[in-house]
Design a protein around this ligand. Structure first.
Ligand code: MG
Length: 254
């Protein structure tokens, strides 16, 4: 596994790309309401990314048609933006990737379209908590699977399942770099975390079982049992001073 730690100038460029991801997410969250379509959200995302000199990193990636992935309810990841209006109570995940001057940023959020049912809100709260739990051990000197273990423990303590087929990844000069960041497993395994390593940390959870299946379109992934799924992601840099969440406002580790 080839792991490449970024130099400060490269980190600054990845940060700039991640800030566009954040701006897109803010605009989309404000636009998400019953009746809006995920294709409209997709167009809004592309407009903002291009206005800032970037390129939607997902568009055309192995043939993916959208600027965003939009996954609703039992859809887990990689949903195509489409013309079906969102309905009150839907659980929507939007994943955004940006390339800016050759550097990548990646972030996903899940939110409710209007008010959510109790179980859906529980899944959403747990997924957000899992992302926080996964970011905390992203520290120099730790091991990669400390992140994985933290996510799994938080998910399972809340009675939810980690979708095992997908996980996070290194990111920087490519959208997906080594290492793969699993969302489950024992702690203390894998490469030692070092300053300059940039990881997309992205817990993906189901309210039911962890098994998923992919539609005939080759992309849209849904839970096999039809249970609700949620997915939250930040791009995070490991620094001497702790984890730096590049896809949030701020110029350094919190
Ligand atoms: Mg990602």
């Amino acid at each position: 596994m080839a792991i490449y730690c970024k130099k400060p100038a490269e980190l600054a460029q990845i940060h700039a790309s991640c800030q566009v991801v954040y701006q897109v997410q803010q605009a989309l969250e404000a636009a998400i309401t019953p009746g809006v379509t995920t294709l409209e959200l997709d167009h809004l995302a592309e407009q903002i990314i291009r206005a800032r000199g970037g390129r939607p990193a997902f568009k055309g990636y192995h043939g993916f048609p959208g600027s965003i992935c939009a996954s609703v309810n039992e859809e887990v990841v990689h949903g195509f933006p489409n013309q079906r209006p969102l309905q009150a109570g839907d659980l929507l995940t939007v994943d955004v990737g940006v390339e800016l001057e050759g550097f990548y940023g990646d972030g996903a959020f899940t939110c409710g379209v209007g008010a959510l049912s109790g179980p859906a809100q529980h899944l959403l709260d747990t997924t957000r908590a899992c992302l926080e739990a996964g970011i905390d051990p992203a520290r120099a000197g730790g091991r990669l699977s400390d992140i994985s273990h933290a996510v799994q423990c938080r998910a399972e303590a809340a009675g939810t399942a980690v979708v095992r087929q997908y996980g996070g990844h290194g990111i920087g000069r490519a959208l997906h770099e080594d290492p793969h960041v699993s969302n489950y497993g024992p702690p203390g395994r894998g490469p030692r975390l070092q300053p300059g390593l940039v990881l997309a940390i992205e817990p993906i959870l189901s309210l039911g079982a962890h098994q998923v299946e992919v539609d005939e379109d080759g992309w849209t992934t849904r839970t096999r049992d039809g249970a609700l799924a949620a997915h939250c992601e930040h791009t995070v840099a490991i620094t001497e001073a702790g984890p730096w969440v590049l896809t949030l406002p701020g110029d350094g580790p919190r």
